[in-house]
Design a protein around this ligand. Structure first.
Ligand code: B12
Ligand SMILES: *[C@@H]1O[C@H](CO)[C@@H](O)[C@H](O)[C@H]1NC(C)=O
Ligand SMILES: *[C@@H]1O[C@H](CO)[C@@H](O)[C@H](O)[C@H]1NC(C)=O
Ligand SMILES: *[C@@H]1O[C@H](CO)[C@@H](O)[C@H](O)[C@H]1NC(C)=O
Ligand SMILES: *[C@@H]1O[C@H](CO)[C@@H](O)[C@H](O)[C@H]1NC(C)=O
Ligand SMILES: *[C@@H]1O[C@H](CO)[C@@H](O)[C@H](O)[C@H]1NC(C)=O
Ligand SMILES: *[C@@H]1O[C@H](CO)[C@@H](O)[C@H](O)[C@H]1NC(C)=O
Ligand SMILES: *[C@@H]1O[C@H](CO)[C@@H](O)[C@H](O)[C@H]1NC(C)=O
Ligand SMILES: *[C@@H]1O[C@H](CO)[C@@H](O)[C@H](O)[C@H]1NC(C)=O
Length: 431
């Protein structure tokens, strides 16, 4: 009798506890895995023009645990082909990503015999970044997003780095956390992951100074504040392309902010909505958001943890692309190259549905002198490196900025689809 009296109370107690515990686990529920199909199809069906794209995808899909063994094997081979200890013309961050992807979980086929050499090589490349900062006004060879990847990979794979140096470099006040005078959420998120790993790996090579660890904790706290200050009304952190990595940063640092500061479920909902709107057609974009949607972070990378293999049904149909009309109509856009106070403009005609790159090519055809340009393939597609022979330079923080009607674009020349009557611009800028 007493029991039946108490049961409802216990039930009530459980009932009020369970929902909040369930909500704490902020990830796509098994029932909704179909929402991820567009991401997974994009990644699996892409033909990779660039090793670095395959690397991003391998890391993501191994963390997500949705490949079968033969698919994993294929991607591993692609990534391995691009990493070599000697002829390594990879940037530090590219090498770091490769190390993370190959060591994501326990599979001897993924760990090449030269793996320890790769980790040592990464240390050298990280040192070269720091040396460049000393010699070029605080500017690394690449950027702080890549320095963060470097530290993360060195930390997870027991490479050498100095905790004191890390504490000095990753001061949130450092200019390298800001691109175009705005805090870079992607960069801050990657730094939080790296610093969290360093803080949590105290049995390193050197005697750890508690002052350095306190400094690192303070950096994490400030970076998390900066990331949360970039939270948008719809829950995105920075923009849609930084949200996945920012979620990872928030997952690993829940001690640093109060629950009321972030509604993870809202962020998750908005991200899923964006999947269906087609925001992640680029494999790298898909790769960067997937782990967070499954509650995974780059700190889950460990060559000692067992690999998980897929139970997802993967559809082999090509991602649906709207069939273009047989004879697409032509549209006109205004294209300008802006260098300081000089503007060179031209109106060009391109097929409806064209991307920014097609406009640049059409302009170049009209006048090679004014509109010649070069691009370099990168993980996000073609990156504009020079226009009129004027080259972007990391030591001077210069680059070619893309704008539409005066507003900076959130996509590159290979993916941004232009509109009739639009004013497109490439502007010589500093970040
Ligand atoms: C650092 C950085 C820059 C630096 C690059 C120079 C430098 N010092 O390294 C600067 C500030 C110049 C820059 C410029 C731009 N960027 Co940027 N950038 C980044 C950042 C933070 C890290 C890139 C990186 O090193 N990745 C790691 C390495 C290992 O990969 P990687 O492929 O070898 O890296 C190279 C490319 O990523 C390239 N790159 C950098 N940005 C972009 C953008 C595009 C579209 C392409 C094709 C290449 C490219 O520079 C890297 C170093 O060489 C990322 C964040 C992220 N989540 O990736 C944003 C990011 C890639 N950039 C982005 C954008 C939109 C741009 C711009 C188009 C902005 C603009 N309106 O002009 C321009 C590129 C214009 C052009 N010339 O083609 C978006 C891309 C989103 C998308 N769907 O395409 C990202 C994801 C930021 C975001 N959340 O919106 N960027
Ligand atoms: C792995 O998946 C691919 C594509 O879905 C399929 O063709 C292949 O038969 C699968 N291989 C194994 C070993 O399951
Ligand atoms: C590195 O160099 C090799 C040959 O030296 C070349 O085939 C490869 O494309 C280069 N990779 C990059 C990322 O430039
Ligand atoms: C910190 O390290 C321990 C073991 O070394 C691990 O169990 C834990 O998950 C780590 N925490 C984070 C936030 O990575
Ligand atoms: C991933 O890492 C987090 C801590 O960073 C840990 O709490 C979680 O258990 C890990 N998950 C897996 C599947 O390893
Ligand atoms: C094209 O853009 C430039 C720069 O914004 C402007 O000066 C020019 O008037 C525009 N031309 C047309 C036809 O709109
Ligand atoms: C651009 O024009 C402004 C005023 O019109 C002038 O102050 C500035 O010096 C010019 N800059 C360059 C690089 O010519
Ligand atoms: C361009 O194509 C889109 C659909 O792809 C259509 O809605 C639009 O009307 C077209 N514009 C012109 C000028 O043909
Ligand atoms: C390209 O523009 C320059 C400067 O306006 C001009 O001198 C040259 O004749 C143009 N070339 C062609 C092929 O139109």
């Amino acid at each position: 009798m007493r029991q039946s009296h108490q049961l409802p109370l216990v039930g009530l107690l459980l009932f009020s506890l369970i929902p909040s515990q369930l909500c704490e686990k902020c990830e796509i529920s098994k029932n909704d895995y179909a929402d991820l199909d567009p991401l997974i199809n994009t990644m699996i069906n892409s033909k990779y023009t660039k090793g670095i794209q395959a690397t991003n995808v391998l890391l993501s899909l191994r963390l997500a645990g949705i490949l079968n063994q033969s698919q994993e094997q294929q991607l591993i081979q692609q990534v391995k082909r691009n990493v070599d200890c000697k002829s390594s013309n990879l940037t530090s961050g590219q090498l770091a990503l490769a190390i993370l992807a190959l060591g994501a979980c326990k599979n001897p086929d993924a760990i090449p015999p030269n793996f320890p050499c790769l980790v040592r090589e990464l240390r050298n490349k990280f040192q070269a970044e720091i040396k460049n900062m000393e010699e070029h006004n605080g500017n690394p060879l690449t950027n702080y997003y890549q320095l963060s990847l470097d530290v993360l990979a060195l930390c997870l794979f027991r490479g050498e780095y100095s905790i004191k140096e890390v504490a000095e470099i990753f001061d949130p006040k450092n200019k390298n956390f800001y691109l175009m005078n705005r805090f870079s959420v992607d960069t801050g998120a990657m730094a939080v992951l790296a610093l969290t790993c360093v803080k949590n790996t105290t049995n390193g090579q050197e005697k750890t100074d508690t002052d350095d660890l306190n400094t690192i904790s303070n950096h994490i706290k400030l970076l998390i504040e900066m990331i949360l200050s970039q939270k948008k009304e719809n829950g995105l952190l920075g923009n849609i392309y930084s949200t996945g990595e920012a979620m990872q940063a928030l997952f690993v640092s829940s001690d640093y902010y109060s629950k009321s500061k972030w509604n993870c479920q809202q962020t998750l909902r908005t991200a899923v909505m964006e999947i269906h709107k087609g925001a992640f057609r680029m494999p790298t974009a898909a790769a960067q958001i997937l782990p967070a949607l499954l509650g995974k972070t780059y700190l889950n990378v460990s060559k000692d943890s067992p690999c998980v293999y897929g139970d997802f049904h993967i559809s082999t149909v090509e991602p649906t692309t709207a069939t273009p009309p047989l004879t697409p109509s032509q549209i006109q856009v205004n294209y300008s190259v802006v260098i300081n106070n000089d503007t060179y403009s031209t109106v060009v005609s391109v097929a409806n549905g064209s991307v920014f790159l097609n406009v640049m090519e059409a302009a170049q055809k009209k006048n090679e002198t004014l509109f010649r340009f070069t691009v370099e393939e990168s993980s996000w597609g073609p990156y504009v490196t020079s226009v009129q022979g004027l080259e972007a330079n990391n030591n001077k923080r210069t680059f070619w900025e893309l704008l539409s009607n005066g507003i900076p674009l959130e996509q590159g020349v290979g993916s941004y689809v232009v509109h009739k009557g639009e004013n497109l611009e490439v502007r010589w800028s500093t970040y």
